[in-house]
Write a protein that binds this ligand. Structure first.
Ligand code: HEC
Length: 125
């Protein structure tokens, strides 16, 4: 009996350590990876990146007022089920905690489409 306990102890210790490191939720570590990605990710195109930084990033890099996070593929897929154009319309007219034009008053719909495609691209987790 003692031997049996001893044999199993390292496994228990490892399991406990794993739970401590990664939290209780099995998706915890990848949520964190998405949050890390969202904090810094920027579009490759420099003009689009500067629009993103001054308009969308404040909310979509931190999930302010439940904004879908940049790189959160699941969250964006649910929204994209509506189709791209309804999403663009909602940015233009504003939605919930998002002000009209997502604060980019001089953006055109092509830029909004590109920004959405960038934000919806899943982070590699
Ligand atoms: C002040 C914060 C804020 C800013 C700035 C902002 N958003 Fe949002 N955005 C949100 C929030 C909050 C939601 C979720 C709205 C809801 O579901 O009620 C959202 C949702 C969206 C959606 C999903 C709309 C839908 O129909 O589901 C898109 C697309 C979007 N934002 C694009 C952008 C773009 C592009 C920019 C920059 C040009 C931007 N946002 C700037 C807060 C913001």
């Amino acid at each position: 009996m003692t031997q049996l306990l001893l044999r199993h102890t390292p496994v228990t210790v490892l399991t406990t350590l794993t739970l401590l490191l990664f939290g209780c939720s099995p998706t915890g570590s990848s949520d964190q990876a998405i949050r890390n990605y969202a904090e810094t990710a920027q579009p490759e195109d420099s003009e689009l990146a500067s629009i993103y930084r001054r308009s969308c990033m404040a909310c979509h890099s931190r999930g302010t007022s439940d904004a879908p996070l940049t790189g959160d593929g699941d969250a964006w897929n649910k929204r994209l089920e509506k189709g791209m154009e309804p999403l663009v319309d909602n940015v233009v007219s504003g939605m919930g905690g998002m002000p009209p034009y997502g604060l980019c008053m001089d953006c055109d719909t092509t830029e909004f489409r590109e920004l959405i495609a960038f934000m919806a691209r899943p982070a590699e987790t």
